[in-house]
Design a protein around this ligand. Structure first.
Ligand SMILES: *Cc1c(COP(=O)(O)O)cnc(C)c1O
Length: 370
């Protein structure tokens, strides 16, 4: 039968009766860029994140770029972040003109290891940029404590963590700024490109509102050197529909993860660890095995689609060779990059699809081990 990695076509079929009228409202009103649907989404997303201000932007990368710029980060500055993430995290730092300085990840949760931050701080350090990888928030308390002592800005890359929680607080609401992506494959996906910055600082919110729209508060009065980073009206309307399902979808993802954990407990694979203080939202169900390729091949032969997030840590990508890092600099990131495998995970998965994936994994593991 086979199981897809995700099923966006099925989700659209389920939501079509709400999505089409929402898109029609935008077209009838000709509010193609920003407009009332984006403004309403900003309000609703703020309530969802429990953060006072939300600013709709063109994608997750522009959200990160604007957060960095609003925090005053630029050439000559350093931003402490992780090499084990999607390339956009580093790209945004480079867009700002600052230098990304990496610290390794925690071997259990794959998020920033707070114990390594202080030794990476220099007089040029301006910000810490942790990534809530796979849907689990980084260990924020020690990160915030270090930031406070060294007067650093904290920017959360929450592109994979809509609705995730740390000690009861939502992703995006804990640092100074939180950045979300609504890329179609994310837990909350637009029908195109979209992103959001959330913050509790009104002055940063105001600056980001200007920067996303050519640095102007009033038309043709350009106070700042701005960008065309606006959210489209259609994306605002689509995302408002989807936001109403986020709790249901997130709970479904969490239930699927529990089902995987239970059936794969004796598989010999390293399963995801949800830290006690966290609400993991399972953007990715990531397991680890030193024998990744044979397992991928077996699953593929049975029609079970898998992914690798991510095969190369950023410090070893050719594009960022000029940062002058070397193999061996971040051993945990390098090991996880070699061993990580992502199983199918989407809210609409059925029990029989989960059972089919788990069975295929177990069958391979038994055949391979004995
Ligand atoms: C997807 C993603 C981004 C970038 O978001 P886009 O909307 O694709 O620009 C940034 N950081 C992380 C961790 C991501 O997964």
């Amino acid at each position: 039968m086979g199981v897809p990695f995700a099923d966006l076509k099925l989700q659209y079929q389920n939501l079509k009766h709400e999505i089409l009228p929402a898109i029609e409202r935008v077209l009838e009103g000709a509010h193609f860029i920003l407009g009332p649907e984006v403004a309403a989404l900003e309000e609703e997303f703020s309530a969802y994140c429990r953060a006072p201000h939300s600013i709709g932007v063109s994608n997750g990368t522009s959200a990160l770029h604007l957060a960095l710029l609003a925090a005053g980060i630029g050439p000559g500055d350093e931003v402490i972040t992780v090499p084990f993430t999607f390339v956009a995290t580093t790209a945004a730092v480079v867009y700002s003109g600052a230098r990304p300085v990496y610290v390794d990840i925690d071997p259990q949760t794959y998020t920033m290891d707070p114990a390594q931050i202080e030794q990476a701080i220099t007089p040029r350090t301006k910000a810490i940029l942790p990534v809530h990888l796979y849907g689990q928030m980084a260990d924020m308390d020690p990160i915030l404590e270090i930031a406070r002592r060294h007067h650093l800005v904290v920017i959360e890359d929450a592109a994979q963590a809509h609705g995730a929680e740390y000690k009861g607080r939502r992703a995006g609401s804990i640092g100074d700024l939180g950045c979300f992506s609504f890329y179609p494959g994310k837990n909350m996906g637009a029908y195109g490109e979209a992103g959001m910055v959330v913050t509790r600082h009104p002055e940063l919110a105001r600056k980001i509102r200007m920067l996303r729209d050519w640095g102007a508060e009033k038309k043709y009065e350009h106070v700042l050197k701005g960008y065309n980073y606006r959210m489209e009206g259609v994306q605002g309307a689509v995302l408002r529909v989807k936001l109403r399902y986020m709790e249901e979808w997130t709970e479904a993802r969490r239930a699927h993860a529990i089902a995987y954990n239970e059936t794969l407990a004796e598989s010999g694979l390293t399963l995801p660890v949800e830290r006690a203080a966290n609400r993991h939202v399972y953007h990715v169900y990531a397991l680890r095995t030193p024998e990744r390729q044979p397992l991928m091949d077996s699953l593929s032969a049975r029609g079970v689609q898998t992914g690798i997030h991510y095969p190369t840590p950023i410090h070893l990508l050719p594009a960022y060779a000029d940062l002058n890092y070397r193999p061996g600099d971040f051993p945990v990131s390098e090991r996880v990059a070699r061993e990580e495998l992502s199983l199918p995970m989407f809210p609409e998965m059925t029990l029989s699809q989960i059972a089919e994936v788990a069975e295929a994994v177990l069958e391979h593991q038994h055949a391979y081990q004995y």
